[in-house]
Design a protein around this ligand. Structure first.
Ligand SMILES: [Ca+2]
Length: 74
């Protein structure tokens, strides 16, 4: 069991999930990084998604996104 509460990350998740389909893709992640002035490459965006994607469907659910953010050093 993880200690992460996905609801804590829901607002951020909705912000990144630009098309509102409930999943975050590498393209959506890249757009967000651009929007906050921390541009990343396509390769890096894919790397982040693949690294956090536990179900291996190529996109991040709220739970996967929450665990990824929680694992980042603040
Ligand atoms: Ca989406």
């Amino acid at each position: 069991m993880s200690m992460v509460d996905p609801n804590e990350y829901k607002m951020t998740f909705d912000l990144v999930d630009a098309d509102g389909d409930g999943f975050i893709t590498a393209a959506e992640l890249k757009s967000l990084m651009q929007a906050i002035g921390q541009e990343i490459t396509d390769a890096r965006a894919v790397e982040v998604v693949v690294g956090a994607d536990k179900t291996r469907d190529g996109k991040l659910s709220l739970e996967e996104f929450a665990e990824y953010l929680a694992s980042q050093p603040s």
